[in-house]
Design a protein around this ligand. Structure first.
Ligand SMILES: [Zn+2]
Ligand SMILES: [Zn+2]
Length: 497
């Protein structure tokens, strides 16, 4: 089915290099409880913080400041950059590994994080600002009930994730339930658990529907070695139990890696672990994420996902999360309305649309079918704004949690890298503004072009890397038939996000 493209009011002004919190200036639609205008900004010049008095919403009454929020280290992987580094990094494990969240203390972070020049300042704990960067849009004011948010920090305790989600105006969110770098983690404290439950009520977050924790990158359910498989299962089950203690229904994870073993066998092991975990828990739905890589990575084709699901005893306990960047990098086009519809039809045919439980919304710094996992900000990558217009107008995606994992690092005043969560706040509003927007207008094209211009140098850089690697692989393949396979396997190890 074609997405609904007609729209009365296309709103989004921006087009200045600086920003443009159009919120109060342009009512998006007629409803009084309006969404705000979209804003997307040039990466360097983001300083303005939306002061926003406008729309009163219950959710915003409780201010972030009332809680002591300690933001330690940032976001999820935001896998993006690590991919570029894979080559240099193979040995430096900590760099390949995504960054950690969870309940690790700032001090621990400082100890365990390998020194990286660009991330030096990120471990500094700082309280969240009192004023939300954007207010949450009332879902009822949207033409389609699209629940958009981001993978927020849970540093200092899982309850902080809710405050952090509110802070950026999110209507859905992801978090890590514990440190992603360690096998052993203290249990969730009663305080954090109760705080999570209370805050989700206060802010009217339906956490059983709109919260999508992300699994640990250490866990590989396809692991064949008994000891390692048991360790992986233990960490996985522990996460599921954490979900159930928090009232969370959906749990997203990367299917696994064959480590060079036969694919069928690996898929069989993943399914067996899932069946076992389902029996040991009651309600949580294990959500398989589609992957970008190839080689040993399981889950970069819809067929892989189908084959895992086929082996699951209780099919109500399994689902799929489509990551737009991963799908595109894996060779599923989403850019034109026709291509998007075809990809969704393919998913329905191969996997079954009833299994689709969530989305990760990321643009891609890497070109189509490049099998590289490099997240870009919305509209700035090879997917482009039109792909997200397709997503935001696709009826069967309503009410699914949609989670941004886009980069928010930027150079701070002293040259060190800082996180700018305004980027997420703005991307959420940008995406919401696409709902019902007419994409065949001059304004849309202007916005599309502006965002593409912002990402131009990154795209060129990565395209160049991909081209050079392709040429190298082709050369190797002709010289030594097994060379290419080896390389693909190595690359897959850097997969994350
Ligand atoms: Zn990723
Ligand atoms: Zn992921």
């Amino acid at each position: 089915m074609m997405p609904c493209l007609q729209s009365p009011t296309s709103v989004y002004l921006l087009l200045s290099t600086r920003i443009v919190h159009t919120d109060s200036e342009v009512p998006l639609r007629k409803s009084p409880r309006k969404t705000k205008g979209a804003i997307m900004e040039d990466s360097v010049a983001r300083t303005t913080i939306s002061k926003a008095s406008r729309t009163s919403k219950v959710e915003t009454k409780t201010r972030a400041a009332k809680r002591k929020v300690v933001e330690t280290s940032p976001e999820p992987e935001i896998a993006s950059e690590e991919e570029t580094e894979i080559k240099q990094v193979k040995k430096r494990k900590t760099l390949v590994k995504p960054k950690v969240e969870g309940e690790q203390s700032a001090a621990e972070e400082l100890k365990t994080v390998a020194p990286k020049k660009q991330r030096a300042t990120k471990t500094k704990a700082k309280p969240e600002d009192a004023m939300p960067l954007a207010e949450r849009t009332a879902i009822a004011s949207l033409k389609k009930a699209m629940r958009i948010g981001a993978h927020v920090s849970s540093a200092g305790g899982v309850h902080n994730s809710i405050t952090n989600a509110v802070h950026i105006g999110a209507n859905a969110f992801a978090l890590f339930l514990k440190s992603q770098r360690k096998w052993q983690n203290p249990p969730i404290t009663a305080e954090a658990r109760d705080g999570f439950r209370n805050l989700s009520k206060t802010h009217k977050f339906e956490v059983h529907q709109h919260c999508l924790p992300h699994g640990s990158y250490l866990v590989n359910l396809a692991q064949a070695e008994k000891e390692k498989a048991d360790q992986a299962y233990g960490a996985f089950l522990d996460d599921l139990q954490r979900c159930e203690s928090l009232g969370i229904r959906l749990y997203n994870f990367h299917p696994g890696n064959t480590n060079g073993d036969a694919r069928d066998a690996a898929i069989g092991r993943i399914a067996a672990q899932l069946n076992r975990a389902h029996k040991a828990t009651k309600t949580v739905v294990t959500v398989l994420e589609n992957m970008a890589g190839q080689g040993n990575v399981v889950g970069s084709t819809f067929e892989d996902l189908r084959d895992i699901i086929a082996l699951i005893d209780d099919k109500t306990r399994v689902g799929v999360c489509i990551d737009t960047c991963h799908a595109f990098a894996a060779g599923y086009d989403l850019r034109s309305p026709e291509a998007f519809a075809a990809t969704m039809a393919k998913f329905d045919e191969v996997v079954g649309s009833k299994y689709l439980r969530a989305l990760h919304l990321n643009d891609s710094k890497a070109p189509f079918a490049s099998h590289r996992d490099l997240h870009a900000n919305i509209g700035t990558g090879f997917l482009g704004l039109r792909a997200f217009h397709n997503v935001m107008n696709y009826n069967s995606l309503v009410e699914l949690p949609m989670v941004l994992e886009t980069p928010i690092d930027r150079p701070g005043p002293d040259g060190k890298t800082v996180e700018d969560k305004q980027i997420w706040a703005d991307e959420i509003k940008l995406l919401e503004s696409l709902i019902g927007m007419d994409a065949e207008t001059a304004e849309f094209s202007a916005l599309e072009e502006k965002l593409q211009a912002q990402g131009a140098s990154e795209r060129t850089k990565v395209q160049d890397q991909v081209d050079r690697k392709g040429a190298k692989d082709a050369k190797k393949a002709s010289a030594k038939p097994r060379g290419k396979k080896k390389k693909a396997e190595e690359d897959s190890d850097g997969e994350s996000g």
